[in-house]
Design a protein around this ligand. Structure first.
Ligand code: SAM
Length: 230
């Protein structure tokens, strides 16, 4: 099995230190262990976890650059993807995780001393301690882009950006999100396609820059963004 360090270097031009490699090894072991009791991830093969979870999450650094010193929020992190992986990659980033399912949040807390908020993004998005406070808001596999933008953009400071990790549907979702981005104060900056080993579909990193304050009305009540997307 190719090591994560080799994969990260070959596919993302990232150098992982010995300490980072150890942290990823522990993450892998704990994920496999917890997964026997709780369904944290459907991907259970160690090799697949390295590529489909760790490497794919690290790919966010291709568009953000090094995140040390930056305030980052990961919405719907599940078992820590991409947020916890990015924290191992950039240990000095200031990370907040948001996850509505308790046991997944508990796993993230068990892994690293990070702030984990258990609840819905729609609620936290109105808290002044979090609203428009982040340099980056990130998410993977949480919702279609028009919905996701309503979850993420309220957290982003003016001039900051959100990154949505998407599969082959990325370009179609960007088209569908045009109205939502305009309403929420976002502007599509960049869409980077990339291929990763043993992931057959093209992956897309969609970067939306915050150009204007998000109107106070958004995000709407929990559940409404998904029920009535902008
Ligand atoms: N991001 C992780 C990944 O890529 O493996 C988890 C993806 S999982 C399919 C989606 C996660 O988002 C779930 O754990 C769910 O509980 C959480 N989630 C969905 N909508 C949410 C919301 N509005 N606020 C907070 N968490 C949410």
């Amino acid at each position: 099995m190719e090591t994560l360090a080799h994969l990260a270097y070959r596919w993302l031009a990232l150098d992982l230190s010995a300490a980072q490699q150890q942290a990823f090894q522990r993450y892998l072991e704990e994920l496999l262990h917890w997964n026997q009791r709780f369904n944290l991830t459907a991907i259970r093969e160690p090799e697949a976890i390295l590529t489909k979870h760790f490497l794919d999450s690290l790919s966010v650094l291709r568009v953000t650059g090094c995140l040390n010193g930056r305030r980052v929020i990961d919405v719907g992190t599940g078992a820590g993807f991409p947020g916890l992986v990015l924290k191992i990659g950039c240990p000095f980033m200031r990370l907040t995780l948001v996850e509505s399912v308790n046991k997944k949040a508990a796993f993230c807390r068990h892994m690293v001393a990070v702030k984990v908020w258990v609840g819905r993004a729609e609620d936290l998005g109105h808290d002044p301690a979090h609203r428009e406070q982040y340099d980056w808001a990130v998410a993977r596999a949480v919702a279609r882009l028009p919905i996701l933008a309503e979850y993420l953009l309220p957290f982003v400071r003016l001039g900051g950006a959100m990154v949505a990790q998407k599969g082959e549907n990325g370009p179609v979702e960007v088209q569908a999100a045009r109205h939502a981005l305009e309403v929420l104060g976002g502007e599509l900056e960049h869409m980077q396609g990339l291929t990763l080993p043993s992931i057959t579909e093209t992956r897309y990193l969609i970067v939306v820059r915050k150009r204007a304050a998000t109107p106070a009305l958004y995000p709407r009540r929990a559940g409404i963004p998904a029920k009535r997307p902008l």
